[in-house]
Design a protein around this ligand. Structure first.
Ligand SMILES: *[C@@H]1O[C@H](CO)[C@@H](O)[C@H](O)[C@H]1NC(C)=O
Ligand SMILES: *[C@@H]1O[C@H](CO)[C@@H](O)[C@H](O)[C@H]1NC(C)=O
Length: 336
């Protein structure tokens, strides 16, 4: 019998030489747990936003962060103060996980994301070792101003490009750019704009919030990066909706459906080991800056005729919707 089992084990290994890793729960944050194991960053915004990132103590003291009646973790912008033009900017929050993850699946259950004129929120990952762009950046949720479609984007060192759409594995989103190199195209990155599950169109901004939010899932593997989006009202794979317990295996399969964005890695286009390593997770909310406030974007954003920084300084009530409300974040890491 012993021999028989060994033979069967050897046979199944040889029949599945390309088996993908399985993933198991590594970290989970719900409610107050976000006050541990995250850095609350207070540096000047590297993207030049009209923002003042505050410490955890200051954010708690000003009630810019709290756990709400639903047990959800909230991080918000100041929506009551006029900002002195001489001040650094409007109070907001940027946090990064102390842990970094190599191959992993990230599942965010999000009830509300920051929305409104001048806002530029992002949920993303980047190399802990760096310095940027070494080790890469993966933007999972990103958009600006009154936008209604999410965009997922990779930013890398040179020589990482995405193959043409016809060559990619399928994705439901639309490729905006195929060169991930930060030195190309003014650091546009290789982005995919979500063409949301019709007819709901709820992957970003006010429509996302009105629909009660949803789930963003990012798979980071040596073969590819993939991002899925599931509106809360609609089909959500059970393991994504409920989360997996310790020891319960998670792996992307056909029940997850097509990803909204798919970034395949091939040795001659983009090699994981050359461009990516262990990533921290970041949530931030800035205003104006290199994207939301840029000359090509702000004037046509539908946010009025003044400058973006003036808008931020003088319109506190415009920031009432500028908050993250997070039900949970789970990270599953690979074990072979
Ligand atoms: C913080 O703000 C929330 C939302 O407005 C409110 O429900 C809560 O009572 C506030 N907490 C404090 C301590 O002011
Ligand atoms: C990018 O590829 C070119 C051509 O293959 C090569 O000459 C160059 O050294 C590569 N650059 C980096 C940073 O790897």
């Amino acid at each position: 019998m012993r021999t028989g089992y060994a033979f069967l084990a050897a046979l199944s290994l040889s029949l599945t030489p390309c088996a993908r890793a399985s993933f198991y729960l590594q970290d989970e944050w719900i409610g107050e747990e976000f006050y541990q194991a995250w850095n609350w960053e207070t540096e000047n915004d590297p993207t030049h936003g009209r923002v003042n990132y505050v410490s955890q103590a200051e954010a708690l003291g000003k009630n810019l962060t709290y756990v709400d009646g639903n047990g959800a973790f909230v991080m918000r912008a100041d929506d009551w103060s006029i900002v002195d033009p001489a001040a650094r900017g409007r109070d907001s929050i940027r946090i990064s996980s102390q842990s970094a993850y190599e191959e992993a699946i990230f599942v965010l259950d999000l009830k509300h994301m920051p929305a409104g004129c001048s806002t530029w929120p992002a949920f993303w990952t980047l190399s802990k070792a760096g310095p940027w762009p070494n080790g890469g950046e993966i933007d999972i949720i990103e958009g600006v101003n009154l936008g209604t479609h999410n965009q997922a984007t990779l930013h890398t060192t040179p020589n990482c490009t995405m193959p043409p759409d016809w060559w990619r594995e399928p994705q439901t989103g639309k490729t905006a750019d195929s060169n991930c190199d930060t030195a190309a195209n003014f650091n546009t990155g290789c982005g995919v704009i979500f063409t949301d599950p019709l007819p709901s169109c709820t992957s970003y901004g006010a429509p996302f919030n009105r629909a009660g939010g949803g789930y963003f899932v990012m798979y980071k593997g040596r073969d590819s990066v993939k991002v899925w989006f599931y509106p809360r009202v609609g089909y959500v794979p059970k393991v994504i909706r409920d989360g997996a317990g310790r020891g319960q295996r998670v792996r992307p399969d056909f029940t997850w459906g097509l990803p909204a964005a798919n970034f395949p890695f091939f040795p001659d286009h983009c090699n994981y080991d050359q461009h990516f390593d262990a990533h921290q997770i970041v949530f931030d909310l800035t205003f104006c800056g290199d994207w939301a406030g840029s000359d090509g974007i702000w004037p046509t954003s539908g946010c009025g005729t003044g400058t973006c920084p003036d808008f931020v300084n003088n319109n506190p009530s415009a920031f009432a919707e500028a908050y993250w409300e997070i039900n949970s974040l789970r990270v599953y890491t690979s074990q072979w």
